[in-house]
Design a protein around this ligand. Sequence first.
Ligand SMILES: *[C@@H]1O[C@H](CO)[C@@H](O)[C@H](O)[C@H]1NC(C)=O
Ligand SMILES: *[C@@H]1O[C@H](CO)[C@@H](O)[C@H](O)[C@H]1NC(C)=O
Ligand SMILES: *[C@@H]1O[C@H](CO)[C@@H](O)[C@H](O)[C@H]1NC(C)=O
Ligand SMILES: *[C@@H]1O[C@H](CO)[C@@H](O)[C@H](O)[C@H]1NC(C)=O
Ligand SMILES: *[C@@H]1O[C@H](CO)[C@@H](O)[C@H](O)[C@H]1NC(C)=O
Length: 444
Amino acid sequence: MAMTLNKCLFNVLFFFLAFAMFLPALNAEDGPQMDKYWKVRAQNAFKEAQQAYNPNPEKESKSVSQSISRGYWKFDHNTTLRRTLMKRYEGPCMATNPIDQCWRCDSNWGKYRKKLADCAIGFGKNAIGGKNGRFYIVNDTSDDVLNPKPGTLRHAVIQPKPLWITFARSMIITLKEELLVNCNKTIDGRGSNVHIAYGAGITLQYVQNIIIHNIHIHDILPRAGGMIRDSTEHVGLRTRSDGDGISLFGASNVWIDHVSMYRCGDGLIDAIMGSTAVTISNSHFTNHNEVMLFGANEKHEQDKFMQITVAFNHFGKGLVQRMPRCRYGFVHVVNNDYTHWLMYAIGGSSNPTIISQGNRFIAPPNLSAKEVTKREHASESEWKNWTWRSEGDLMMNGAFFVQSGNPNYDLKMKEALVAAKPGHMVTSITRFAGTLRCKKGFEC
Ligand SMILES: *[C@@H]1O[C@H](CO)[C@@H](O)[C@H](O)[C@H]1NC(C)=O
Ligand SMILES: *[C@@H]1O[C@H](CO)[C@@H](O)[C@H](O)[C@H]1NC(C)=O
Ligand SMILES: *[C@@H]1O[C@H](CO)[C@@H](O)[C@H](O)[C@H]1NC(C)=O
Ligand SMILES: *[C@@H]1O[C@H](CO)[C@@H](O)[C@H](O)[C@H]1NC(C)=O
Ligand SMILES: *[C@@H]1O[C@H](CO)[C@@H](O)[C@H](O)[C@H]1NC(C)=O
């Protein structure tokens, strides 16, 4: 085995030997079955997360305010309307936020796919995925969890090297067990209609630097677990998977953009166990109860390093709660459109910092569910110190956000956040949320 160790693993082992003694012990309740290989990866992920965490971020350079010059104001800017009153957009390419403006309206996007790696904003902006690697074209929808066939998605994601993964055609991939993705990967569904559905979901466990773009993830089911290959060198025993759409477990530098997600067994996107440096953007979420969980347990104090940006998403029909639900950490919720929720939109416990800026919140008819926010497991005397701020949010249909904590929270941090547009522009900012139908050779 030693002869074939790749650099990543070598670094991991070196690090493990050098520092393992100083790091927190991982106990059984902290996660799925961990053999020695996973323990090493856990320690490395902890170190990577510390590096990805940014206590002192630079001023955000790509901000929504720069977008005005590029036609941003041209349409739909009176957005106090319900989205259902909007027609399907059929005009020329229109990119309505700085991420999309970075690549979408270039008819050569298919030739320069890796340009996308420079387009992230927010806490996950350093995710470059497989930018420094080769392309890998998935051409086979089958799934063998022990010996994945070349051409399958599982074969692509377990490779040790960086890879930019694309799809030969439109396809539905039904995963037999959770898809354990290795470091430095982009899963890029542009140009095809790719669904990961009716089986297990995607797991980003103790990995860094992942981009997931333009795929549908839905009807994800719990799976029994068993022996699963998680890299070219290692097969390990996994316990049952809960049916999360995308599960981040000690993952850092992750960017999820233009995905459409619905009906998963557990969360749509969960980020737990010290995951940090994450951006979730331009996505469309529907028909699901517990949408996003950031931090699973008050015992997981490593989640204090969690920094997550939730930007330009549409939280749509049939959602119930947790958009997101946070423990510890710093969560920036900016320019999202919340058009439906049944219980509440944003919640948490264990003193998370939640900065909500320029979102639109349309409350449901239920008089008991007008409050955007929900605090759990804390009396008012305790939560009144939690920093939960609402700035420039558009409140409709009786929605209200109960603020708490210091209005001048961290000024340096405030400067560094993705700059928000006013809430009334959110319909246009999020107009193209979810997967896009891009055709090679045309603006997307
Ligand atoms: C991922 O990329 C980073 C930066 O290029 C590199 O340091 C690291 O070793 C890579 N990981 C793997 C598994 O190749
Ligand atoms: C925007 O739409 C609202 C609701 O339909 C309407 O009352 C308002 O007059 C419109 N404003 C403009 C500037 O068109
Ligand atoms: C599918 O991709 C694999 C791996 O790149 C390749 O070996 C195989 O020939 C491809 N099959 C087809 C039918 O293109
Ligand atoms: C109304 O909202 C409350 C508070 O979230 C919830 O407990 C209740 O089930 C909702 N009622 C209906 C009919 O949805
Ligand atoms: C809440 O904040 C105030 C002012 O910053 C501080 O004096 C007080 O000790 C804090 N209370 C708790 C319970 O942390």
